[in-house]
Write a protein that binds this ligand. Sequence first.
Ligand code: HMH
Length: 221
Amino acid sequence: VEKSGMIDTWMRKHRLIYSGATKHPFILSIRDGTVDLEAFKTWLGQDYIFVRAFAPFVASVLIKAWKESDDSSDMEVILSGMASLNDEIAWFKSEAAKWGVQLSEVVPQKANQDYCRFLESLMSPDVEYTVAMTAFWAIEAVYQASFALCLEDGSKTPAELTETCRRWGNDGFGQYCNSLQKIANRRLGKTPDDVLSKAEVTLLRVLEHEVEFWNMSHGSA
Ligand code: HMH
């Protein structure tokens, strides 16, 4: 079996759940301009909490890369991701102030708690670098694809939300996601089948958590 393009194979195999995460009704409402701004504020506050848990997860991937990677350039890619998270946390604070969202008062909702707990489970030293890297790529790729959709020609994204969409939908972030995908593919191409199965299950869990995360803002009954 050719394993080198495993991510692409999995994307085709799990196409429906992937598009469920990247073309969620909340994202589509931003894109068509009908977004409820209260829902946007909910997302903003909840995502700030998520990003604060995501940073230590990325730090754990950095540690795994340092210990396990066969390519020293992986570390630079991961480190650049950590540097952008520093920026991102500052951005959340200024954006929240603009929208009148009091970040210190945001209570994490259940979907957010579940997702953060899942991230924490991936920080364990028992989780292979390849598995953690696959999750890392998927987490970033969902946001990239989702927000890029809101910037496409013909989208009616409200002006006050375009900066948010550009944060994750810009080309630079797209290239960063491609670098993460390349690392994941390289690792998956030389990993034993049991680890490969774990990585695939982890990818599916990420996609499910992303859908639940969007659901917090855009109630799905
Ligand atoms: C829920 N997934 C969620 N929040 C984010 N900020 C990202 C992915 C991308 O960093």
